[in-house]
Design a protein around this ligand. Structure first.
Ligand code: AKG
Length: 261
């Protein structure tokens, strides 16, 4: 997992950066090999069984809070387990983030996502930078498939080039974990530039914090849709901490009131 040597190749770095700057995302197939992805999945299964019960409720989201098998999202795994700490820091993921942002980076979050069959909801179109509140808004989010993900169980969709056009207006959604969505998403321009990515376990997608993206719901009868997310901020990006904390506090209060966490 920490083999970063292959990312030292200068041609590869130039290509990755070019594609990222042009499109606002990259697709990196087989970022983790089979053996690595197997150990991540085993670790996650163990983590879900043994550590999740002790995590604070605002870091654990269920589609239906009364049904543990509907677990949909976990936050900041690196705070609870060394294995995930090592994935996040001084790792291949961190190196890739730093190449793409052309900056040193600060690891902020490592997440687990699932969309249970039939009830896994769509992720509304959004820009992560809207939640991050950074100046300059320089950050990347990585999304790594833990199993086959396609149009049936919820693949990720990006709007090519949208990272060059600023932040669009967002409004509150009812989707736990993605509480803000672009209010006027779906213009002919959005749809014309949208691309989607069927992925296999170990494939990695990376997008800029201003890239518009969304993901389908899980419409399948019995397939899960498991993935991990990694968030790195560029070192020069400054967080509006007060605004961020106020937003997080208000959201936690609202979700608790609505009995969602
Ligand atoms: O897994 C998903 O449905 C979406 C992930 C996403 O939007 C993100 O990590 O920013």
């Amino acid at each position: 997992m920490n083999r970063i040597e292959d990312l030292q190749d200068e041609h590869l770095q130039v290509n990755l950066k070019q594609s990222f700057e042009e499109n606002g995302f990259i697709f990196f197939p087989h970022f983790l090999n089979e053996e690595e992805i197997t150990s991540v999945k085993e670790k996650l299964a163990d983590f879900i069984q043994n550590k999740v019960p002790e995590m604070p409720s605002e870091m654990v989201y269920y589609e239906d809070k009364s049904a543990p098998n509907t677990l949909k999202q976990l936050q900041r795994l690196f705070e609870f387990d060394d294995f995930f700490h090592q994935m996040m820091f001084d790792s291949r993921f961190e190196k890739l983030a730093s190449i793409l942002l052309n900056d040193k980076v600060v690891g902020k979050n490592i997440q687990y996502f699932n969309k249970p069959a039939k009830i896994g909801q769509e992720t509304p179109a959004h820009q992560d930078g809207y939640y991050f509140m950074l100046e300059p808004n320089e950050a990347v989010t990585m999304w790594m498939a833990l199993e086959d993900v396609d149009e049936e169980n919820g693949c990720v969709r990006y709007v090519r080039g949208s990272h060059k056009k600023g932040i669009r207006a967002h409004g509150r959604t009812n989707v736990l974990g993605f509480s803000q969505g672009i209010v006027d998403f779906g213009t002919p321009e959005d749809l014309k530039n949208e691309v989607f990515f069927p992925t296999k376990a170990g494939d990695l997608l990376v997008h800029h914090s201003l890239t518009i993206h969304r993901a389908d719901g899980n419409k399948s009868a019995n397939r899960s849709r498991k993935a991990m997310g990694f968030i790195y901020y560029g070192e020069k990006a400054r967080e509006d901490k007060a605004a961020h904390e106020a937003y997080a506090k208000k959201l936690s209060e609202d979700l608790a009131k609505e009995k969602k966490i």
